[in-house]
Design a protein around this ligand. Structure first.
Ligand SMILES: [Fe+2]
Length: 293
């Protein structure tokens, strides 16, 4: 956990019982606003034609263009009118049950802090750029908005059943690192990708990772890594199909998963729909430490 600075055992001073804090928009410095603008401009130079239409539309309707770190109060007016979601500020990672409760009530917890200038390219814990630029545009899409709420509701249930690990993989491979098939080709909708310059390109264009068709149970069995580019991305045919798949009752699935072994990241099953059979060259060359840029 060495890379995590914003981790607490209980709500830190100034936080409410649900871990929310005031965003304190007035207190961001010029340097912090400039960090947002730098990150924003870098992403906008590469995301058109790579990010999904839903994501790009979300940026537009929320008017996240330009002026520094968004003021949540303003952003929430537009977001709430569209899908009933709001963004609440939190001091860092929050406990699972708190996170699920926020999602189930259409509140997205966003880190209040922004990364330092020397962390422009890589930060492991979610800051306001990742959480707002990465996640919030998709919450303007009614189908995705429903999916996120359903995930929160399912999270509370999974916790009770001891299946959190399976459900967390679903979040990872969809909300964070999901790709979508479109008539124009694969597009990014995962927040972990769209908020990263290098992974936005890697996820779509590098020959290294596998790109496989989304299959709910298969995804729930698949290990993942949090410290580097993914070795496998799962491709959904559409947001509608994702929502339909994941609003099923997971009870029977969880029962089967109890006896199913976890799948190593590089696995390709005979039943997988293979978009790309990756070379895994990047990962085998040492991954994070092999990054040239
Ligand atoms: Fe995230």
């Amino acid at each position: 956990m060495a890379d995590f600075e914003h981790v607490f055992d209980s709500p830190p001073p100034g936080a409410a019982a649900d871990w929310t804090i005031p965003q304190g928009w007035e207190n961001y410095t010029d340097v912090e606003h400039r960090t947002w603008v730098t990150l924003y401009e870098r992403q906008m130079a590469i995301l058109p034609g790579r990010a999904s239409d839903q994501f790009m539309r979300g940026l537009d309707v929320l008017d996240l263009h330009g002026g520094g770190i968004p003021d949540f109060r303003k952003m929430n007016e537009a977001l709430q009118a569209l899908t009933g979601w709001t963004v609440v500020a939190v001091p860092g990672l929050v406990p699972d049950e708190v996170f699920f409760d926020h999602l189930a009530n259409r509140r997205f917890p966003a880190g209040q802090f922004i990364r330092k200038r020397e962390q422009l390219d890589y930060i492991q814990e979610p800051d306001v750029f990742h959480d707002v630029f990465g996640h919030v545009p998709m919450l303007t899409d009614p189908t995705f908005a429903d999916y996120m709420q359903a995930y929160g509701q399912g999270g509370a249930r999974a916790l009770g059943l001891g299946q959190l690990q399976n459900l967390a993989r679903l979040y990872w491979y969809t909300v964070e690192f999901g790709l979508m098939d479109t008539p124009e080709g694969l597009r990014i909708y995962g927040a972990g990708i769209v908020s990263s310059k290098t992974e936005s390109i890697f996820s779509l264009e590098d020959p290294s990772p596998n790109r496989l068709g989304f299959d709910l149970e298969r995804v729930m069995r698949t290990l993942y890594r949090i410290d580097d580019f993914q070795q496998v991305y799962f491709v959904i045919p559409s947001l509608d199909s994702l929502l339909a798949e994941t609003t099923k009752d997971f009870g029977a699935i969880y029962a089967r998963l109890k006896d199913a072994p976890d799948l190593p990241i590089e696995t390709i099953l005979p039943t997988d729909k293979v978009h790309t059979r990756g070379t895994q060259a990047y990962a085998h060359a040492g991954g994070r430490f092999a990054r040239a840029s």
